[in-house]
Write a new protein. Structure first.
Length: 358
C-alpha cells in the first residue's frame, strides 16, 4: 500500500496498486513502473552477479578508513562509497579481483622535536617493558642484545600489523641459526588477535625458488603486513613453517610487539635479562589537532580531511584509482607541511610529520 506524506509535501512511498512504485533514495524521490523483473539468468548475467558479490565481500573486508576514502571520492555523485566501489568493480570486469587494489592505509604522526633515545637494560616484567619516553615513532625501535639475550627476528607494530624483519631469515629458527635451512615453499606465518578476532597461522610470506630466504624488511616502507589490524597486545606468535611437515613443521621466532602510543614492548618468546642490552627508539612531542587536507593533485577536490588526536596520530587512506594527491598539514603556530603529486602508496605511508617547534 502506498504511503503519502503531506500537507503538500507530496512524499510517496510504496506500491500504488499496479500503477507504479514510489520511493526515495539519497533524498531524491522517484517513481517507477510496477513490473515483475525478468530473470533470464544468462551467463553474462551470472558473471555480473558474481562480480557484484565479490565487490560486497571486499567492502566488508575494508577497515573504516578504507571505506571512508571511497566515501570522499563519491562526494557529488549522489551515491555512497559502497556504491562507488561496486560501480568501479563492475567496470573493471572481468578482471576485478586482480585490477581493484585496496586503498592504501597508514598513520601520520604529527609533532615536533623528534629525539633519539636509548634505554639500557630493557628487561621486562611479565614479558612487558615500558620505554622511558612516549609516544614513539612507529618503526623506529630496535633492540641490541648482548651475550645470551637473543637477536630479534621480527618487530610487530601493533597499530597497523606491520612486521619488520631486520635481517634475512635463512634458517627455521631465524637468527639463532641452529635449525634446518629453509627451502622454496617454506613460509613466514603469524598467529594473533585483532579486536576479538582470533587469527591462526596467517601466511605472511612464501619463499620463492630464488632467493631462498625470507627477505629483510627493516623499514616501514618494506615491512610485511597482517590481514587484520590493530593487533591486540600480547597475542602474537611468529613462526617459520616447513611445508614438508614433520615434527618440526612450526618453529617459533624471536619477536616483540610494540605499542608506540604507550611506549610498551611485549616479548613474545624470550625475555631480555642482560643489563647491557639496549633499546633504541625515537620519541617526539605530539601536536593534537594538526589538520590534514588531502586533495586530488592540482584540484580542490577533497580526498581526505582529518585532525590528529592527542598522540599526534592521524589515520589516512587513499584510493589507487584516483591518484595522484596533494597533502597539506597545518597547525596554528607551527610550520605548514606540503607534499605534492603523491601516489596512493606514498600519500598514505606511515611516517612522522615534523611540524617544527613553536
Amino acid at each position: 500500500m502506498v504511503k503519502i506524506t503531506n500537507i503538500f509535501g507530496d512524499r510517496y512511498s510504496g506500491q500504488a496498486g499496479k500503477a507504479g512504485v514510489f520511493a526515495t533514495w539519497k533524498g531524491r524521490q522517484y517513481r517507477r513502473s510496477y513490473v515483475i523483473p525478468a530473470n533470464p539468468n544468462t551467463t553474462k548475467q551470472q558473471a555480473v552477479r558474481t562480480n557484484l558479490a565479490n565487490a560486497i565481500v571486499r567492502w566488508h573486508e575494508y577497515c573504516t578508513e578504507q571505506r571512508r576514502a571511497y566515501a570522499y571520492m563519491a562526494a557529488g555523485l549522489v551515491m555512497s562509497g559502497f556504491n562507488l566501489l561496486c560501480s568501479r568493480w563492475q567496470k573493471a570486469m572481468p578482471t576485478s579481483d586482480a585490477s581493484m587494489i585496496e586503498p592504501s592505509l597508514g598513520i601520520k604522526q604529527c609533532g615536533h622535536t623528534k629525539t633519539t633515545k636509548q634505554d639500557a637494560d630493557p628487561a621486562p616484567t611479565a614479558h612487558v617493558y615500558t620505554l622511558s619516553f612516549q609516544p614513539n615513532v612507529i618503526g623506529s625501535l630496535t633492540l641490541t642484545p648482548v651475550t645470551t639475550d637473543p637477536a630479534i627476528d621480527g618487530y610487530v607494530e601493533m597499530d597497523q600489523g606491520y612486521i619488520r624483519i631486520p635481517t634475512a631469515i635463512t634458517k627455521a629458527d631465524g637468527a639463532k641459526a641452529a635449525g634446518t635451512a629453509l627451502v622454496a615453499g617454506d613460509q613466514l606465518c603469524i598467529s594473533y588477535e585483532s579486536g576479538g578476532r582470533v587469527v591462526t597461522k596467517e601466511v605472511i610470506f612464501t619463499i620463492p625458488a630464488d632467493p631462498i630466504e625470507i627477505p629483510a624488511a627493516a623499514t616501514m616502507a618494506l615491512a610485511y603486513c597482517t590481514e587484520y589490524a590493530p593487533i591486540d597486545f600480547g597475542s602474537v606468535v611468529l613462526y617459520t613453517r616447513d611445508v614438508d611437515g614433520g615434527a618440526s613443521e612450526w618453529t617459533q621466532l624471536e619477536s616483540i610487539e610494540i605499542d608506540s602510543i604507550l611506549g610498551k614492548i611485549y616479548f613474545d618468546m624470550t625475555d631480555y635479562a642482560i643489563a647491557t642490552s639496549t633499546a633504541d627508539y625515537d620519541t617526539y612531542t605530539a601536536l593534537e589537532d594538526t589538520k590534514l587536507e588531502m586533495t586530488k593533485a592540482d584540484t580542490s577536490f577533497v580526498a581526505w580531511r582529518d585532525y590528529a588526536d592527542e598522540n599526534g596520530y592521524l589515520p589516512i587512506a587513499a584510493t589507487y584509482e584516483d591518484e595522484t594527491f596533494d597533502l597539506v598539514f597545518t597547525k596554528t603556530g607551527h610550520t605548514s607541511v606540503l607534499a605534492t603529486a603523491k601516489t596512493a602508496a606514498l600519500a598514505a605511508v606511515t611516517e612522522f610529520i615534523d611540524m617544527g617547534a613553536p
